[in-house]
Design a protein around this ligand. Structure first.
Ligand code: KIV
Length: 283
């Protein structure tokens, strides 16, 4: 799609049910981002994402969207501390997580590691620009590349990622001029988030797109208000429960009647008949 000049859509996703709907929607790439630490696990930083959970969620999304490109995101300290450990952890995203691509937040200093991963057959997406895993050092989440020196550094990082063997690039929270420069200096498909409209692909955190986060980044325009819809559904359920009007199917006795005074209670049927088999409705 990138070479045909057709923009492709990427969203974060963290569970099989949502993945099934997003595949039906035609979303091209699903990213199991370390933002799961925030939107799924309730931490206030992405660096709290546990590796095992990231891999398990990646596999869940792949099960829900088997025909969609699935990108796993390597959490903080799963690839920075030790190269051998990084190789092993990246491979787990492919084998256990069934990811098609593995993303790491990187700069030019990661080129040797990316080269080693590429030689081992691991497709890597290099995430440049604003890198939330470095927020403690950079003074928090925010934009990047807004001075000429910083912008040049990000472009150089992207070039180094391509030369090292990445198959995909992602740039976060930079001015469009930086995006343009990356696109002029590299040939890989570039996914942007808060990086202008020129990128080959665009990604957002799903919860920002569908209106479930209280404080989304300014670049994330909403397509829905699912937070409010969920609140209304919850309120409706509270009301129905309090009014004993839960609705839905009520089971009836197959034989006999156990209400007091209704006659002899028949023995409870213990054997499973096809009618008693578990159903998808968790019957
Ligand atoms: O972790 C994530 O969700 C990401 C996106 C914000 C690009 O890296």
């Amino acid at each position: 799609m990138a070479s045909a000049g057709e923009p492709f859509a990427c969203l974060t996703c963290y569970d099989a049910t949502t993945a099934r709907w997003l595949q039906r929607a035609g979303v091209h790439v699903l990213l199991i981002g370390d933002t799961a630490a925030e939107v799924i696990l309730g931490f206030d930083r992405t660096i709290d994402m546990p590796l095992d959970i990231a891999i398990a969620l990646t596999a869940a999304v792949k099960r829900g969207a088997p025909d969609t490109c699935i990108m796993g995101d390597m959490p903080f300290m799963s690839y920075q501390a030790d190269e051998a450990q990084a190789m092993h952890n990246a491979a787990r995203f492919l084998t256990e997580g069934r990811a098609d691509v593995v993303k790491i937040e990187a700069d030019a200093s990661f080129a040797p590691l990316i080269g080693r991963m590429a030689r081992a057959g691991i497709p890597i997406c290099g995430h440049v620009g604003s890198r939330p895993q470095r927020a403690a050092l950079s003074g928090g989440y925010g934009s990047a590349g807004r001075t000429p020196a910083e912008a040049q550094q990000i472009v150089d990082d992207a070039v180094a990622m391509e030369q090292a063997g990445c198959v995909l690039l992602l740039v976060e929270a930079v001015p469009p001029e930086v995006t343009d420069r990356i696109m002029a200096r590299t040939t890989l498909p570039l996914i942007g988030i808060g990086a202008g409209t020129a990128c080959h692909g665009q990604v957002l955190v799903l919860q920002d797109l569908v209106g479930m986060t209280d404080d989304p980044p300014r670049f994330a325009a909403r397509s829905a208000n699912l937070g409010q819809a969920l609140q209304s559904a919850g309120e409706d359920w509270v009301r129905r429960v309090s009014q004993r009007a839960i609705g839905g199917h009520t089971y009836t006795m197959k034989q006999g009647d156990i209400r007091p005074g209704a006659g002899v209670e028949p023995p409870l049927v213990q054997t499973r008949t096809p009618d008693h088999a578990p159903t998808r409705a968790r019957g």
